[in-house]
Design a protein around this ligand. Structure first.
Ligand code: DGP
Length: 113
């Protein structure tokens, strides 16, 4: 499968890691939209939020338990941060491997779109 994020998981494409354990990887976005812009991904290939189900929901729970730890390590927990996952073409999902953006380090726009 020709998936950029699977290649990052395998180390075939370099990334600047922010967090890693046996199930998930977090790395700095190549095109940061905020001073802190980290992507959190499952190591297994899940295409998008739309593919979350009973069989893989444990890893999603793990991601959301880990996001506050990553936010704290990057000192955005006090002032706040945004977690976004674009799903599908209308949402402009450009990489078809589930990822959660953590954005923080400045006042973010009130607009979601
Ligand atoms: P989205 O538009 O929600 O699918 O976001 C995909 C993000 O992935 C986008 O902000 C740029 C980032 N990205 C794409 N390719 C790479 C890469 O090779 N390395 C890193 N670090 N980020 C990437």
């Amino acid at each position: 499968m020709d998936c950029i994020f699977c290649k990052i998981v395998k180390g075939e494409i370099p990334s600047k890691k922010a967090y890693e354990d046996e199930k998930i990887l977090a790395f700095y976005d190549i095109n940061p939209q905020a001073p802190i812009h980290i992507l959190v991904i499952p190591k297994v290939h899940i295409a998008s939020v739309d593919e979350i189900n009973e069989d893989n929901s444990e890893i999603i729970s793990h991601i959301f338990k880990t996001i506050p730890k990553i936010a704290k390590e990057h000192a955005v927990n006090d002032k706040g941060y945004r977690v976004i996952s674009n799903c599908g073409d209308d949402a402009c999902q450009s990489v078809k491997h589930l990822h959660f953006h953590i954005l923080g380090g400045r006042q973010l726009s009130e607009s979601m779109a």
